[in-house]
Design a protein around this ligand. Structure first.
Ligand code: MLT
Length: 299
């Protein structure tokens, strides 16, 4: 069996793949992995490689695609299914990492940490300018209460936040586990001081946060997106920040990755940005690497 690994993968995951008898594992990269597809039996990707129908056409022997991570929006599932290729991911594997980053970004907005750090390093001492606010007593609205949303809820409660969530697919059991109040989307928009997005990118969720959504939100709301950039209408977010409706946005993901330095939101001081690293901790990368290797071996 030949298995190209198209993106960097934790050593433990690679070792596990290599320990399977008769498996030839090729550690490659997004620029070169295509040359290994002609006789590949399985392919491992993270989020940079887009597995399109053109890519699948170059891999006639392929039987499985392992996505070391959660979102599978970088794989054309319909084309893979038509070609008889199973697509597997590792839901939950990086949930704690993404949840911790979400809380970090909320705190960074509440205390203007990136702005204060840059001001202080520039020799300024702007104590008055950086008067912050507390998370305690604020309402967090979580859109999407899957494994990541639930980890965010647990941590937000430790900060004494009130947590509401909207998720039409979640089971009541999952809600009981984290003591979250389930509400309709309009209610979540109206009640929340912070809104965190934790849904997959689907035709239903694409640009769900647009002008209509912002109109229903509280003045001064703060938005965190560690899910997918395409969930937000960027022009509408810019308008909402400029009008003061949105007091801050913390973005780990973008509708273009990497975004250019001219990205329409980057000129705004109220926007903080990180390069799609929410799930990128040593611990999470090891978990998703090992899990995808185990799943491929089982399959
Ligand atoms: C995920 O979908 O697992 C996260 O966004 C992190 C990643 O893309 O690898």
């Amino acid at each position: 069996m030949k298995i190209p690994v198209a993106e960097p993968m934790a050593a433990a995951g690679l070792e596990l793949l290599r320990s399977q008898p008769g498996w030839q594992v090729v550690a490659s990269n997004p620029k070169e992995y295509l040359q290994h597809l002609a006789d590949a039996d399985a392919l491992v990707v993270r989020s940079a490689v887009k597995v399109t129908s053109e890519v699948l056409a170059k891999a006639p022997r392929l039987r499985a695609i392992g996505r070391a991570g959660v979102g599978v929006d970088n794989v054309d599932i319909a084309a893979a299914t038509a070609a008889g290729v199973l697509v597997m991911n590792t839901p939950g594997g990086n949930a704690v990492a993404v949840a911790e980053h979400t809380l970090a970004l909320m705190l960074a907005m509440a205390r203007s940490i990136p702005q204060a750090s840059s001001s202080t390093k520039n020799g300024l001492w702007e104590k008055k300018k950086f008067l912050g606010s507390e998370l305690r007593g604020k309402t967090l609205g979580i859109i999407g209460l899957g494994s990541i949303g639930r980890e965010v809820a647990r941590r937000a409660r430790a900060f004494e936040m009130k947590v509401v969530a909207c998720d039409p697919y979640v089971s009541l059991r999952a809600v009981e586990d984290v003591s979250v109040q389930l509400v309709e989307m309009g209610e979540l928009y109206a009640a929340s001081d912070y809104i965190a997005l934790h849904v997959a990118l689907t035709p239903e969720t694409r640009r769900m946060i647009g002008r209509e959504a912002f109109a229903g939100m509280k003045d001064g709301v703060r938005l965190v997106n560690c899910a997918r950039g395409e969930l937000i209408d960027v022009a509408a977010l810019r308008e909402a920040i400029e009008s003061g409706k949105v007091a801050g946005a913390a973005l780990d993901v973008f509708d273009q990755e990497p975004p250019p330095s001219s990205y329409p939101l980057f000129g705004l001081d109220r926007v903080i940005a990180t390069p799609h690293i929410a799930g990128a901790t040593e611990e999470a990368q090891e978990i998703v690497g090992v899990r995808i290797a185990e799943q491929l071996a089982e399959y």
